[in-house]
Write a protein that binds this ligand. Structure first.
Ligand code: NDP
Ligand code: MG
Length: 394
């Protein structure tokens, strides 16, 4: 068994905490090289005390000046760095073999790409990074020889159900369709007229998963499934019409792969992110994740429904953006990030989210993408456009 050094980008978040939980079960196998946090400094401090990484990375110099002496006083040897360059440095450091990419949103793109370009085994939770920069991201993976393993539970399930040689093309390996399951979120059964009045607290109370606020709102609007559709197309080189979204309220079947001979392979498990995290960490081996065995008799039922495009228009917006190509997915993602923040901050209603995204997509025609600065420019312009909508409207 090899010993590996890991950097956890976004250690203080929901995925980061689950990752450290799995790592703590396998200290003989993994050592923590770096942990990064952005605002939850007390969480980062406690994580440094437990895992004693070589580096911790925080957002700014003031945070670093506060955290460093506290760690030193506690006898923790960790060196505290700050800023976006430090994030990329700890992701690309030659001593590191594995990078967990678990920063939320566009902020994770640069360090995740740095890990990819340095040829690391990259465990990808930060779907927004791939959605924004799709072709460039996948090109960087193939050029550097990085190994990209999906953490998103659906994509991890698909990966587990795919043949090893799926990179040859889905048609060549006999895959007919990918069936991407969606819980439907907390508003799955809400009437359209009731969606306008839902609160951020309701949106963040997911029935099956405990997650960060942004992905919880995405899950409630089904933009999460839209982002995941795009993610699946890039990860598995699928056309969007080969990916079918199926609402599955129990979140036990994490996704399925449909083969031309009529076989359908599925991955099942309790809804706990430590399963895909442990899978990707140890792949192709298997390690204990701390997740209990699935009790099928207690689950009893597995239901499946078609998604409702009228109540959840974000899914169609994502399909449209992927079809439009170029910078459209970066625009979609940025407008969504602005809209979700505005909703969480009480500036807009829940049903304004797709309105802002559609408006932003309509205002900014997609441009061809050849280099990363074009993606970053589209991201910035989309944020400004979405903000303009907010200022005019509110
Ligand atoms: P959280 O909000 O819980 O955590 C986000 C992490 O990113 C935190 O460590 C946070 O630091 C850090 N962060 C936030 N903003 C910045 C920034 N500007 N610069 C650097 N770091 C930043 O999110 P989740 O853990 O839920 O999600 C992380 C990613 O994983 C997302 O892309 C999400 O879509 C994906 N994912 C999550 C799943 C889940 O179950 N949670 C499932 C599938 C995918 P701090 O907290 O200190 O501010
Ligand atoms: Mg998911």
């Amino acid at each position: 068994m090899s010993h590996e050094w890991i950097t956890v980008l976004g250690a203080t978040g929901s995925i980061g905490v689950s990752t450290l939980d799995v790592l703590a079960r396998h200290v003989d196998r993994y050592s923590v090289f770096a942990l990064t946090g952005h605002s939850r400094m007390a969480v980062l401090e406690a994580q440094c005390q437990q895992h004693r990484p070589v580096f911790a990375v925080v957002a700014d110099a003031a945070q670093a000046a506060e955290l460093q002496p506290r760690l030193a006083a506690a006898g923790v040897p960790t060196r505290v760095l700050h800023g976006s360059e430090a994030l990329a440095d700890v992701a690309a450091d030659q001593r590191v073999q594995v990078v967990m990419a678990a920063i939320v949103g566009a902020a994770g793109l640069a360090p995740t790409l740095a890990a990819v370009r340095a040829g690391k085994r990259v465990l990808l939770a930060n779907k927004e990074a791939l959605v924004m920069s799709g072709a460039l991201f996948m090109q960087a993976v193939s050029q550097s020889g990085a190994q990209l393993l999906p953490i998103d539970s659906e994509h991890n399930a698909i990966f587990q159900c795919m043949p090893q040689n799926y990179g040859a093309g889905l048609g060549k390996v006999g895959v007919r369709r990918i069936l991407l399951t969606a819980s439907g979120g907390p508003f799955r059964d809400y009437a359209l007229e009731d969606l306008a009045g839902v609160t951020p607290a309701q949106a963040c109370a997911h029935p099956n998963w405990s997650m960060g606020q942004k992905i919880s709102v995405d899950s409630a609007s089904m933009m999460n499934k839209g982002l995941e559709l795009i993610e699946a197309c890039w990860l598995f080189d699928a056309r969007p019409e080969q990916v079918e979204v199926v609402v599955h309220p129990q979140s036990v079947v994490h996704s399925l792969v449909d083969y031309v001979d009529g076989s359908v392979l599925a991955q099942l498990g309790n809804p706990d992110m430590r399963t895909p995290i442990a899978h990707a960490l140890a792949w192709p081996e298997r390690i204990d994740s701390g997740v209990s065995a699935l009790d099928l008799l207690r689950t009893a039922r597995l239901d499946f429904q078609a998604p409702d495009p009228l109540r959840f228009p974000c899914l169609s917006l994502a399909r449209q953006a992927f079809d439009a190509g170029g910078t459209a997915c970066a625009i979609l993602n940025a407008a969504n990030e602005v809209a979700v923040q505005a909703f969480l901050g009480g500036r807009i209603g829940f049903t304004d989210i797709p309105v802002i995204i559609e408006h932003t997509l309509n205002c900014l025609p997609p441009e061809r993408v050849e280099e990363l600065p074009q993606v970053m420019l589209a991201d910035q312009q989309a944020r400004e456009q979405a903000e303009t909508w907010l200022v005019k409207r509110v």
